[in-house]
Write a protein that binds this ligand. Structure first.
Ligand code: 5GP
Ligand code: MG
Ligand code: MG
Length: 183
């Protein structure tokens, strides 16, 4: 499957590469306005946030370190249950640091709500969230998310880090899959 063929598997494009980059640049400005001079640590959640992290952090006009967590969420099929296990923990001691969690998407919010509580228990100076995408109609718990790229309808999307069975993460746009891909 090459990049050209991947595009044909989309039913519709929600955001193009260019729209994503423009929005990340705006978020980067907001983030730097809020965190300049503070001990900021960007924390990405593997694997979906890899591309958001790479592009967002390069919009920042100054240096900021990153670290990564990997979690698995127990649930039936594609639904998240909120019961989370840490597969890879941070390398960094976040005591007194200003943590900014970088995410690809907030769906039910259950996973992120668990991650946030877990990080808050480690005595950081603060914990905030930046997500490229959010599905307000899918929320099962309220999450304060300080930086949101785009609110989207409650549909399954792929691309720009988001996968379907580990495929399509390298698609440059974000879109919904065509029905023929599922069958
Ligand atoms: P939540 O706990 O918020 O329901 O979901 C967390 C994770 O589910 C996200 O980080 C993402 O990995 C996955 N997820 C949720 N919605 C979508 C979606 O529309 N497309 C893809 N590819 N993954 C999603
Ligand atoms: Mg994610
Ligand atoms: Mg996934």
């Amino acid at each position: 499957m090459d990049a050209t063929h991947m595009g044909k598997d989309l039913e519709k494009v929600l955001y193009t590469e260019e729209q994503i980059q423009d929005r990340l640049a705006e978020l980067g400005q907001d983030i730097w306005r809020d965190y300049e001079g503070k001990d900021l640590l960007l924390v990405g959640v593997l694997k979906g946030a890899v591309l958001v992290m790479a592009d967002l952090m390069r919009t920042l006009p100054g240096s900021a370190p990153m670290d990564w967590m990997a979690v698995s969420s127990y649930g039936s099929g594609t639904k998240s249950s909120g019961v989370v296990r840490i597969l890879k923990d941070l390398d960094t001691d976040i005591t007194d640091k200003h943590v900014l969690i970088v995410e690809d998407i907030i769906d039910s919010g259950l996973t992120l709500s668990w991650i946030r509580a877990n990080l808050e228990s480690r005595s950081p100076a603060s914990v905030e969230i930046c997500t490229l995408l959010r599905k307000p109609d899918a929320a099962k718990v309220h999450i304060d998310c300080k930086y949101v790229g785009f609110d989207i309808p409650n549909e399954f999307v792929v691309g720009y880090g988001l996968d379907f069975a580990e495929q399509y993460r390298n698609l440059r746009d974000v879109g919904t899959l065509a029905p023929h891909v599922y069958s």
